[in-house]
Ligand binder design. Structure first.
Ligand code: C5P
Length: 235
């Protein structure tokens, strides 16, 4: 299921801006891309179809979280968009995760890779304890959510590059790790706190790295993408 790759986060507000960005790549070069809530809610499923028709693999990052039946039905709709990867919140628990898998599975038995978000990186230890009333420490909570996802049959989790090795240890070598928070040694950190370079991420067992601004805001995005791929794959 897992094949190491770099996924570009298409964090653009419109289809026009997104396609202008993708047009910079030569015709034969089709990076794996991530479409998130901003672009999807602005442009709807058509933007997914259009980018798919251009030959890109797509991670549809909509982080579903609702009652099992609703998530199952929504996943059925998303599977028809022919995306390659999608996700949900592990906080929805195992019945929801199993329902999602059922909904995602197409008639021919194929389905996109399904990964779980454990705890959002924006939730800190203080919020976990005092607002969400979860007394278990953050690292343990994250690993427990990852294990629930694995036990429910999901393919992997979104995690920090610093957690990838431990996730593999707990959930199995084939359990996919998708990691944002990637920065070149010489690029702007921005609002990311726990970061790693593509090269280190490659060595630490991440299967997919999600890279946004270090590529999208680069002076030469195509060169930045190629640099990320080369560093990550160690080629
Ligand atoms: O621009 P940057 O490389 O920081 O973009 C990272 C992408 O990964 C963004 O689309 C962001 O929403 C997403 N992401 C993240 N941290 C998480 C989950 C998703 O940065 N914990």
């Amino acid at each position: 299921m897992s094949a190491k790759d770099v996924i570009i986060a298409l964090d653009f507000p419109t289809k026009e801006a997104t396609l202008n960005f993708l047009d910079q790549f030569p015709a034969g070069e089709k990076p794996f891309v991530k479409i998130g809530m901003e672009l999807f809610y602005a442009e709807g499923p058509d933007v997914v179809r259009e980018i798919k028709a251009r030959g890109h693999k797509i991670f549809l990052d909509l982080k579903l979280h609702d009652i099992p039946n609703t998530v199952k039905s929504a996943m059925r709709v998303l599977s028809r968009l022919d995306v390659d990867m999608c996700n949900l919140h592990a906080a929805g628990a195992s019945t929801m995760m199993k329902g999602a898998l059922e909904g995602l599975t197409r008639e021919d038995g194929t389905r996109p890779i399904l990964i779980a978000v454990t705890q959002l990186t924006s939730t800190d230890a203080d919020t976990l304890k005092n607002e969400l009333l979860i007394e278990t420490p953050m690292a343990e909570t994250v690993m427990s959510y990852a294990k629930n996802a694995a036990d429910s049959g999901l393919d992997g989790v979104v995690c920090s590059p610093l957690e990838a090795a431990l996730v593999k240890e707990k959930c199995g070598e084939n359990f996919v790790t998708v990691t944002p928070g990637i920065r070149f040694a010489d690029s702007d950190v921005g609002d990311q706190k726990r970061i790693m370079t593509p090269a280190l991420a490659g060595q630490s067992g991440c299967d997919y790295i999600v890279v946004g601004r270090p590529i999208t805001k680069a002076e030469d995005p195509v060169a930045a993408y190629r640099r990320a791929v080369k560093d990550f794959l160690g080629a």
